[in-house]
Design a protein around this ligand. Structure first.
Ligand code: PEP
Length: 254
């Protein structure tokens, strides 16, 4: 059985105290409500990571992730954070390729391939985001775009390394817009992604990879989305800032 995962992306929200309060609330709701083997991940801003990994110690249901990492090992990159720094504070996951990083910080598939190599080398698990813009969906090229993102950013990996990835399908037009892909639209793309993985790495690898849906996912629409056979959970932005909503989404897998 594939790992069911709900990951929260706090983006650039919450000061340290607010973040600790939210994380403690999430942990308390998980302890109270979660009966299955699903995994929660909170991807916070860097400033929170040390405190949150200390709070998550020994918690088998709740892990901590970062939202980015630099591709270089170390050096003169003012303001950046390396993969080694992340592992040194106990982080286990890192979001790579989020559409906001692609759009506002110019991250390309080529750069993301380097970032993926570096974070894997340091034992981090990438939550690798792919997805089409509204224009790409409307012009009908979205399958090509998604395939290109996979081929250029992660299909250079050996199967043993690729298997450590979590893939997040996030249609850009659904992120933070309140517009969700229908469960059928999401399933269609998730099945396509899994088919492409199977063609490249074989069915066993494809069957083992968790593919998350992201884009205005909330406690109301999560049950229908997560009922689809190729949707293994969600990457949650806005709703991850409310402990009750986040854990209610996770609860769908009870
Ligand atoms: C995201 O940014 O990864 C995301 C899915 O955001 P939201 O849930 O707010 O659409």
């Amino acid at each position: 059985m594939r790992q069911k995962i709900v990951a929260g992306n706090w983006k650039m929200n919450l000061d340290l105290n607010e973040g600790i309060t939210l994380f403690n609330e999430v942990a308390a709701f998980i302890a109270q409500d979660i009966t299955g083997s699903q995994q929660a991940i909170v991807c916070s801003p860097y400033i929170h990571l040390s405190a949150l990994t200390a709070l998550a110690k020994g918690n088998t249901k709740l892990s901590v992730g970062a939202q980015n990492a630099h591709q270089a090992e170390s050096g003169a990159y003012t303001g950046e954070i390396s993969a080694k720094m992340l592992t040194s504070v106990g982080v286990t996951y890192v979001i790579l390729g989020h559409s906001e990083r692609r759009q506002y910080f110019g991250e390309t598939n080529e750069l993301l391939a380097k970032k993926t190599d570096t974070v894997l080398k340091h034992g981090l698990k990438p939550i690798f985001c792919i997805g089409e813009t509204l224009q790409e969906r409307e012009s009908g090229v979205y399958f090509d775009i998604i395939k290109q993102q996979l081929v250029e950013a992660v299909f250079h990996l050996e199967a043993s390394e690729f298997s450590k990835l979590v893939i997040a399908y996030e249609p850009v037009w659904a992120i933070g817009t309140g517009v969700t892909a229908s469960a059928e639209q999401a399933q269609e793309i998730h099945a396509f992604i899994r088919k492409e993985i199977a063609a490249k790495y074989g069915q066993a690898v494809a069957d083992g990879i968790s593919i998350l849906y992201g884009g205005s996912c909330n406690p109301k629409n999560a049950p229908e989305l997560f009922a689809k056979p190729d949707i293994d959970g969600g990457l949650i932005g806005g709703a991850s800032l409310k402990a009750r909503d986040f854990v209610d989404i996770l609860k769908v897998f009870n």
